[in-house]
Write a protein that binds this ligand. Sequence first.
Ligand SMILES: Nc1nc2c(ncn2[C@@H]2O[C@H](COP(=O)(O)OP(=O)(O)OP(=O)(O)O)[C@@H](O)[C@H]2O)c(=O)[nH]1
Ligand SMILES: [Mg+2]
Length: 702
Amino acid sequence: MREYKGSEIRNIAVVGHGASGKTSLVDALAFVSGSSKRHGSVRDGTALTDHAAEEIERGYSINLGPAYAEWQDTKINLIDTPGYLDFQGDAVAGLAAADGALVVVSATSGVEVGTEKMFREAVSRRDPVLLVVSMMDKEHADFARIYQQIKTRLSNKVIPVEVPVGQAHSFHGVVNLFTRKAHQFKKGVKTGEYDETEIPDEAKELFDRYYSDLIESISATDDTLLEHYLEGAEISREEAIAAMKEAMKRMELFPLFVVSNELNYGMQAVLSTIVELMPSAFEMEELHAFKGAEGDATVEIHASDTVSPVAHVFKTMSEPHVGDVTFFRLFSGVINNGDELYNATRSGVEKLNHLSIAQGKDRIEIQTLHAGDIGCVAKLRNTHTNDTLSTRQHPVRLPLVAFPEGAIQMAVHAANRADEEKLQAGLHRLHDEDPTFEVHYNAETHETIVSGLGERHLEVGMSKLKRKFGVTAELSKPRIAYRETIKGKGEGQGRHKKQSGGRGQFGDCWVRFAPLPRGSGYKFVDEIVGGSIPRQYIPAVDKGIQEASVRGILAGYPLVDFQVECFDGSYHTVDSNEMSFKMAGILAFKAVAPKCKPTLLEPLDELEIETPDDYMGDVLGDLSSRRGHILGTEPADGGTRIRAIVPQAELHGYSSSMSSMTQGRATFKRRFKGYEEAPHEAQVKIIEESAKEKEEELATAH
Ligand SMILES: Nc1nc2c(ncn2[C@@H]2O[C@H](COP(=O)(O)OP(=O)(O)OP(=O)(O)O)[C@@H](O)[C@H]2O)c(=O)[nH]1
Ligand SMILES: [Mg+2]
C-alpha cells in the first residue's frame, strides 16, 4: 500500500440503529473499492468487520471494526460501529476517532432510537454527516416514507442528492441530482457496475420533486449562490458541491444517498461522495481543533507531519493467540514502524512493533503512518483505551473521550470456586477493552459487581470471559447493602470474666448508646474518670464495640450512625488485659444496642431520567410503584427531565423495564444518594430473608 498524507485521508465512522445495515455497508464499500477481496455477509458470518466469535454467533456487531477503502487516490478509513445501545461505548469511540459520520437508515425500518441518538451525537461533535438509506432492495422499502421520517425526526436540513429508480424488488438504479444522470445497475454483476443513462421516465417525477429542493437548500447556505439562484442563473455542479461541503461543516446541510448493500448498488457514488464532500483529516483541524495537556501547559494539536507525534488510543482488543491489539488515531506527527512512543497517561515507554492498518481482522504492515491516519499495533505493554501516545520530549495527554455510564449492575462469581482469581483478571481485561464495562468489589456485601449499559452487554461479557479466559462465570441479582442503626438511647454493662486454671480474664465496662445524624458513622467517647478502667484498656473496649457492630443486631448488617460513651467499669490487677476488655466491649454492644430501638436503613439512589413527554405518565407511575420519591421535573431536550430518589432494592431490572416502557427513548443516570430508614413492611421482609439465609448457611455447614 502506498503512503497517504492527511489531505488524502478521510476518517469516517459508520453509525446508526441496530440492524440498519452498517456492517454490510462497510463490507460493500471496501469490496467495491477493490480494497477488500471478498463481498462478505453478516448472515454467513463473513462480514469484514464482524469477525469476533460473539459477533458471528449473534449476527450483530459488538466491537467497533476498522476497515478502509482506497478510492480516487484517497484512503477512506471506515469505522463500523455497533448499533445496539448496549455497545454504545464503541460507537462513541468510533466517532472520536473519525472526522465525519455516515448515518445509516434502513429503508424498511426507518428512523429508530439509535438513529436519532447517533445522529445527534455526531452533530454535537460537529462532525459532517452523510445519510445513507440502506436496504432499498428489500421488500417494503419505501423511499418517500423514510425520507419524510428523516426530515421530521432527524433534521429538515437533510436533502437527497440521489433518488432511487424503482424500489424494493424493482430497485435497479439511482439518479444523481447533481449530474442529472442515472446509474442503472447491471443485474448479476457483483461489483455494482452500472450503465450511465439519461433519467428514466419512472424516476422523472422523483427527480423533479427533489431537484429544486436541493438547489434551493444549497443556495440558501451561501449568499452569492442565493443571488444567482434568485436571478434565475444556472448553478454549476462545482459551485453546488463547494457550497455543500462548506454547509456540511457548519451542520447546515446533510446530503442523503440510497444504496443496497446486498447488491452493491450505489457504493461507487457513496465512495466518491466521501472523497468529495467529507473533510480530509488535514482540513478537520479547522473544525476539531482541540488542545491537549503537556504537564500543566495547554498545547494545540495540529494535523501536521512536521510536529511531534500525538496519538489517541480509541480501542484495544485482546484475542487469545494474538494478544492485545491497540487501535489509535494519529492526530499529529509521523510515526514509523519500530518507533518508541511515550504513554503519557501511564508514564511508560512503548515500542511500536508491526505498525499496521486494519482491514477487518487482517492487519497490513506499513512502514510509515502520517498525521491524520488511523493505525494499529500489537502487544503494547501497558496501554489502554483512552490513553495518549506521544513522546518523552513532548508528553502530551489528549482530552478523554466521555464514555456513557453503566445503567445496570449485577453480581458475578465464577461457577467453579477455583477460577475466582482468573475471573478477576479476566474482568479487568474486559474493562481495559471496553471502559463502559466496569468492575468493583462491594466490601459490605462481599460481592464483585459488574456494571454495563444493558443486560445484553453483561451477557456478552460473560461469553467473552469464557472464550478468551476460559472462565465460566454466573451473574446474579446483587445483594443490597442494607445497614442498621438505632433510634433510641440506652445504657448497660459488658462484663467478661473467665476463670480457667492459671491466669483468668477480666474486663468490665459500662456504656451509653445514642443515635447520631444520618451519615455520621460511629463515634466513641471516653468518659472514664478516676481510673475505673485503666487508660491502656479503653481503646480495646472501643475495638470490641466496633467489631460487634459490623454484624448488627436485626439482620446482620453493619450498625452505623451511633455514639457510645464509656463512662464506668472495673478491672482486676492480675486478670485484666486488652483481650478481656475487647470482649467486654462486644458484650456491652450485644446487651445495649437491642434496647435502643434498632431499625434498618436502606441505600437510595438518585435518578435523573430524560424521557419524551409521551411516556411521562408511565415513567412517573412506574417510579411510584418502586417507592420512588419525585424531587422535581423540568423541560429537557425533546422531553422532560425527572429527578427522583428510589431505594436500590426497587431498581433491579429498571433499565430493561424503562426501555420497554419507552421504546428505548428514555435515558437515565443513577447515583448513590445515601441511606434512609426502610419502611416497616420492607424491614420485616429483609429480616425474614436474613434469618432464612442464616438457617440455610447452618444447614449446609452441618
Ligand atoms: N436486502 C438487504 N439486506 C441487507 C442490506 N444491508 C444489510 N442487510 C441485512 O440486514 C441485516 C443487518 O445488517 P447489518 O449490516 O448486520 O446491520 P448493522 O447495522 O451492522 O447491525 P448492528 O451491528 O447490530 O448494529 C443482515 O442480515 C444483513 O444481511 C441491504 O442493503 N439489503
Ligand atoms: Mg454491525
